[in-house]
Design a protein around this ligand. Structure first.
Ligand SMILES: *Cc1c(COP(=O)(O)O)cnc(C)c1O
Length: 381
């Protein structure tokens, strides 16, 4: 059994995929070929925003957003404590300071109440200016944007939606990657829509920011290609990857998103008595992960070991909260010198000990789901 079966997906898509890749290779336009522009239109239309700009990966997508907003030294950027490293890594890269915010036990996503507390702590300390909140759509579920938007508006924060895992999710029919002032996604192979290498995209309705991002992604180009007007990056999506993504996006929109939601519903139905993922009313997940919560680390580790013995893969996303990452020891915001001794972000810290992600992808069979659930229920007895 595979945790996420990308080979099976390739076998299903093979005919269209091989043609798309060979066409891209034969075209000779390996950088910024016509597939890149086509894909950007298709993505913008799917998400429901005005501009989509593809780039080299999801981390660069976040960086491009921060550059467009001129985020830098003296700026506070609020980031959930329970996420992949990239969501916060990009902040000190621009010279700004990450401020870690706790998450909700049931959705794993940013806690808007704790965001307000953290903003007030930064304001009270008086050294940093609250600028941006990075709201992550963890495991495929959109963050609580209605609540986050209220806090953001109250304190003048920009929302950067990190939709690296969230592409395809929605709230009341409005799609993920449209909730931020700028939103981003990743096409890393294992994400809900992945390519055969690295890739990413930035989404916004704002014309000025879109123009800046277009410049930053190609060496800070100006109107004339060889007059560079700012210091930028080399962060484009390859034509071959765009061709791959055109095939993948079609399958995702046609049936894969439905298939993962059916698989998740079946897991939840079978896993009676287990703390299964909570999807709030009106929300829809794209199931980048199907993550259960256990009682404590001991129970979680024992369950994972038992599954492994039976050849069932599972993963711990994530074993360590952001505020305990070595790299942030000197770089993140601490309200007081003694803050180390205080229990920062208790929910995120506890989740790191208790979560376990089970095999999940659009091509998982009913039989595999039953095998996993029986193994989980037996181990927990
Ligand atoms: C994967 C991921 C990223 C980074 O995407 P890359 O394409 O790997 O750079 C950022 N944020 C989150 C939440 C992710 O899961």
């Amino acid at each position: 059994m595979q945790f996420r079966d990308l080979q099976k997906q390739y076998q299903v898509l093979k005919e269209d995929m091989d043609k798309a890749i060979l066409d891209a290779v034969a075209s000779g336009a390996y950088i910024m070929g016509k597939q890149v522009k086509e894909l950007e239109s298709q993505l913008a239309e799917y998400v429901g925003v005005k501009h989509c700009l593809t780039c080299a990966n999801g981390t660069d997508a976040l960086t491009l957003a921060l550059k467009a907003w001129g985020v830098g030294p003296g700026d506070a950027v609020f980031v959930p404590d329970f996420t992949f490293f990239s969501s916060a890594e990009v902040v000190p890269l621009e010279g700004a300071t990450p401020v870690f915010v706790d998450v909700c036990e049931d959705t794993f996503n940013l806690d808007a109440e704790d965001l307000e507390r953290a903003v007030n702590e930064v304001l009270a300390e008086g050294r940093l200016k609250p600028r941006v909140v990075v709201a992550v759509d963890l495991f495929g579920l959109p963050a609580d944007y209605p609540a986050i938007r209220k806090v953001a508006d109250k304190y003048g924060l920009l929302i950067l939606e990190d939709g690296a895992q969230g592409f395809g999710g929605s709230i009341d029919g409005k799609r993920a990657c449209s909730f931020g002032d700028i939103s981003t996604t990743s096409f890393f192979p294992a994400k809900p829509v992945g390519c055969y290498g690295d890739g990413g995209a930035v989404f916004t309705d704002n014309d000025d920011w879109a123009a800046l991002i277009e410049s930053y992604r190609v060496h800070g180009k100006g109107a004339f290609k060889y007059d560079n007007v700012r210091i930028g990056m080399n962060s484009r999506l390859d034509t071959v990857q765009a061709a791959v993504l055109q095939v993948k996006l079609k399958a995702f929109a046609d049936y894969e998103l439905e298939a993962v939601n059916a698989a998740a519903a079946r897991y939840t139905e079978l896993l009676q008595g287990v703390a299964t993922p909570v999807i709030p009313e009106g929300f829809r997940s794209s199931w980048a992960q199907y993550t259960i919560r256990l009682r404590d680390k001991e129970q979680r580790d024992a369950l994972q070991a038992s599954l492994k013995e039976q050849g069932i893969p599972s993963m711990v996303y994530y074993p360590k909260p952001m505020h305990l990452q070595t790299a942030f020891a000197q770089l993140s915001f601490r309200a007081e010198p003694k803050a180390e001794s205080r229990n920062l972000c208790p929910v995120a810290t506890s989740l790191c000990d208790r979560v376990l992600s089970l095999p999940m992808h659009p091509y998982i069979t009913e039989e595999d789901i039953e095998t996993v659930c029986n193994a989980v229920l037996t181990a927990l007895k």
